[in-house]
Design a protein around this ligand. Structure first.
Ligand code: ADP
Length: 386
């Protein structure tokens, strides 16, 4: 631990904060998405993707090898002349459970805690840990920060995050709503405040992140007060391959009828449901819209269900917030399907006053992660100086 602190102190003291390059890493089980920004302006210098890590016949067998490739690409593209130019790395970590309410500088304690969260996020946190290990291996002297998808939602009150099951399961296993896409909801809400020209902490906002994964958040005075995803990203809206809200008794029924194992039903609900499951065509909005346009009934049904559930959540959150200054749409579907947003808008404006703005705000989770990393770096350096 002592050794770590020494490393950190040395690492921070060299920054002038006039020109700092920050790398963000979003690690999946077989991919590394990266973006390099220069701060304080937050300018994107380079971005890219390393894929097929650990897959059969892939030349890249580990995340450490993948990370080396990231640096080779940054060097070859001229984004950096030497890897020493990178001042910090910001990592997206999906699940921070109750432990992490804000970004944290990664040390042994933080890694241990992220490992403990693997229990409740078996799909995501292991890949995020691989990315952290690989980056620490390649850049051992550079401060690294974990930014959690769940952290923005830590302000949700207990009556909204608790499930109505025996309390002992919360006490024993921390089964509750956590919420995800936090960096995106926070970024979009802050941008919306800029667009509206009003202070973030005075606004009531509903942010709709509609990508492959979809979630809606109610934000009151800068704080998340409810969100549609739950203990895992499965709850809430209909998504590309996830079913969203479902009566759990229907799940038991299916397991019994089809003699499904836990693994199989988990796979069906997470990977074979949603837009893909209903349309039978794709998890991607584009071919579904095309098929619906040509008269495919199941694609039309999938689209109707998708839109219906969004309207339902917007209505619920409008009620929870007792009004809204803006309803914001973002991510792949939210940003690129004006007719879908218009359809939702047409039903919203029948009930919601015209003062409530409907905004399309492109998300930038990479920039949010980089900004949070830059801030924590600057604050830590400031604290160390004092
Ligand atoms: P992820 O959650 O994987 O980051 P994205 O935010 O990229 O997902 O969103 C993916 C979804 O956005 C897909 O359903 C895709 O069809 C849709 N999408 C992306 N670009 C467009 C576009 N130009 N027109 C219509 N839909 C789009």
């Amino acid at each position: 631990m002592k050794k770590n602190n020494k490393r950190e102190k040395g690492a921070y003291s060299k920054y002038s904060f006039q020109s700092v390059k920050i790398l963000t890493i979003n690690c999946g089980s077989s991919s590394i998405k990266y973006k390099l920004y220069s701060f304080p302006r937050g300018k994107l210098i380079a971005s890219g993707l390393v894929e097929r890590i650990g897959e059969q016949r892939s030349p890249i067998s580990t995340h450490t090898e993948g990370m080396k490739l990231v640096f080779d690409k940054l060097l070859a593209g001229g984004a950096i002349k030497h890897i020493d130019e990178i001042s910090a790395v910001g990592h997206r970590v999906v699940h921070g459970a109750e432990e992490f309410r804000q970004p944290h500088i990664i040390d042994k304690r933080v890694i241990k805690k992220i490992k403990e969260c693997v229990n409740i996020a078996p799909l995501h946190n292991p890949a995020n840990l691989e990315g952290i290990k690989a980056a620490l291996h390649t850049l051992p002297k550079v401060p690294q920060v974990a930014v959690f998808d769940t952290a923005f939602h830590h302000t949700i009150p207990d009556y909204a995050y608790m499930y109505a099951i025996p309390i002992k399961y919360y006490k024993k296993y921390k089964v509750r709503k956590y919420g995800f896409h936090g960096t995106s909801h926070q970024y979009v809400a802050q941008k919306a405040a800029e667009i509206l020209g009003r202070p973030f902490n005075k606004l009531k906002l509903i942010t709709c992140h509609l990508g492959n994964g979809c979630s809606i958040t109610a934000i009151n005075k800068g704080k998340s007060v409810d969100t549609s995803m739950g203990f895992t990203p499965l709850e809430g809206l209909m998504m590309g391959t996830r079913c969203g809200d479902i009566d759990v008794a229907a799940v038991f029924y299916l397991m019994n009828k089809e003699k499904l194992s836990l693994h199989k039903i988990d796979n069906i609900l997470n990977k074979r449901s949603g837009l893909l499951g209903v349309s039978g065509i794709s998890n991607d909005m584009r071919p579904i819209k095309e098929a619906a346009r040509k008269g495919d009934k199941l694609s039309k049904l999938a689209l109707d269900m998708f839109i219906y559930r969004i309207k339902k959540y917007i209505g619920a959150y409008y009620m929870i917030l007792e009004g809204a200054d803006a309803i914001c749409f973002t991510a792949g579907i939210g940003e690129n399907n004006p007719e879908l947003v218009a359809k939702i808008k047409r039903s919203i404006i029948k009930i919601i006053p015209k003062e409530t703005k409907i905004l399309v705000v492109p998300t930038d989770e990479g920039l949010m992660i980089a900004s949070l990393t830059f801030n924590i770096l600057r604050n830590t350096a400031g604290a160390k100086k004092k």
